[in-house]
Design a protein around this ligand. Structure first.
Ligand code: ARG
Length: 459
């Protein structure tokens, strides 16, 4: 038998394979609440404009609530033959209220309906992402506050570069997640235009009130061009690209936690709650949550590329290709939320090992730059020459198997006879860190200023 929603011109029903490739109900049932909210707003508008009677609209709105509660209670029988959530809901409404259900689709199409439903879903997801980011940032702030002046090595090329503070390192991630937060908010502001009423593509001859439905659904305004309204998936792509950048940040941090929790580094101890053991090696405590964050990020990047690729060749307006938008976004959103929550938990629970951080901070000639700066400041050497002298001292220390502060004054003076005892003041990591007071620098005063600024911004 032909389809009850569009089968008028069809003599035969679809092949089973056609039904399988065409159906989206398996995944777009996640849009049920949005579909029903959208339909209720549409029904109210149809009555307010006199397109349907008040009693019909009331029956639709009541019936839709019944459908929603059936779905929420798990009592709804989803049908693949009815393709998608839109037709499943409408068909059930017909069973419940009869003839008035057939008037609900007046002045709209599944094309503006699905764009509206999906926008509502993505908008909620942007809000949820914002909440998760704020929580993670608070966890990082707490870590930064606890260790605002704890010294640790700063790295470039993963080689010891200069001493920094633990608080400074934590606050670097607060900056990154803060930009992610602002991207999410930008995306939300830009996407908040309502496609409902664009109908199939050209608008409608019914005297609909698009301002009313837009307002009802929390949009700032109706979208301005009906062709664009049903073709646009920028909002999903912006979510996926903001999600990808955020995921990239999570992955970098996860990578650091994997390295830092190793026996060779011992910078952090992850809690038992966010670690796993080995079934053969009894000593093991593995950073699986960090590893899985690092790995799951690939799915989010993949979703972004997949949907970009779906969209890039489509002529205006709607093509069925666009039905492929949802699974990508759902999967990316689920994994982003999981990764954010796991990182949040790990950061809240982990403890930084102050002694191990301090021991590492002083090794690897981390104050060589301070030494070179001293030669410039005190002896007036050009920086290039100071760099060369310092390099010679580093090579000497390396040969002796010691660190820079372990060289004797005599050994240093053999390399440059202007050096005096005050040079040892700048070779300590605490002094090194405290001296970097430039705006945004690693000195604890600067780090505390960064913390205070973010605390105020996060409220
Ligand atoms: N299930 C479809 C989707 O997700 C709904 C829109 C279908 N519109 C159409 N003209 N076939 O994109």
């Amino acid at each position: 038998t032909s389809n009850q929603m569009w089968g008028g011109r069809f003599a035969a029903g679809p092949d089973a394979i056609m039904e399988a490739i065409n159906a989206s109900i398996g995944f777009d049932k996640r849009l049920a609440a949005q579909d029903i909210v959208g339909s209720r707003a549409h029904a109210a508008m149809l009555a307010a404009t006199g397109i349907v009677s008040d009693s019909d609209a009331e029956a639709m709105r009541e019936g839709l609530l019944t459908v929603l509660s059936e779905i929420e209670r798990g009592e709804f029988a989803f049908s693949t033959a009815l393709e998608d959530i839109h037709m499943n809901v409408e068909a059930r409404l017909k069973e419940l209220i009869g003839e008035p259900a057939g008037r609900l689709h007046t002045g709209r199409s599944r094309n503006d309906q699905v764009a509206t439903d999906f926008k509502l879903w993505v908008r909620d997801q942007l809000d949820a992402t914002e909440g998760a980011l704020r929580s993670l940032m608070r966890a990082l702030l707490a870590q930064a506050e606890a260790g605002a002046d704890w010294v640790m090595p700063g790295f470039t090329h993963l080689q010891t570069a200069q001493p920094v503070t633990w608080g400074h390192h934590m606050m670097a991630y607060v900056e990154m997640f803060g930009r992610d937060l602002s991207r999410v908010r930008d995306a939300r502001a830009r996407m908040n235009e309502c496609p409902l009423g664009a109908a199939a593509l050209a608008g409608t001859s019914f005297p609909i009130d698009r301002e009313m439905t837009a307002r009802e659904l929390g949009f700032d305004r109706p979208s301005a061009n009906s062709l664009d309204a049903v073709s646009d998936r920028d909002f999903a792509l912006e979510f996926l690209s903001a999600a990808s950048i955020c995921a990239m940040h999570l992955s970098r941090f996860a990578e650091e936690l994997v390295i830092w929790s190793s026996a060779q580094f011992r910078f952090v101890t992850l809690s038992d709650r966010f670690s796993t053991g080995s079934s053969i090696m009894p000593q093991k405590k593995n950073p699986d949550a960090a590893e899985l964050i690092r790995a799951k990020i690939g799915r989010i990047f993949g979703a972004n590329v997949a949907l970009m690729t779906v969209m890039k060749g489509l002529p205006l307006t709607y093509s069925k290709d666009m039905q492929e938008d949802k699974e990508q976004v759902f999967d990316a959103a689920d994994n982003l939320m999981l990764a954010l929550a796991a990182m949040d938990g790990m950061v809240r629970d982990m403890s930084a090992n102050r002694e191990a951080l301090a021991a590492a901070a002083g090794s690897g000639f981390s104050t060589a730059t301070d030494l070179a700066d001293w030669l410039v400041r005190v002896l007036g050497l050009p920086f290039r020459e100071a760099h060369h002298v310092t390099g010679t001292l580093v090579a000497l220390a390396e040969k002796q198997g010691c660190d820079l502060p372990d060289l004797t004054l005599e050994q240093m003076q053999e390399v440059h006879n202007g050096i005096d005892r005050t040079i040892f003041d700048v070779l300590g990591v605490e002094n090194s860190v405290a001296s970097r007071t430039s705006y945004g620098g690693t000195a604890p005063v600067q780090v505390r200023a960064q913390i205070a600024r973010w605390k105020e911004m996060l409220g």
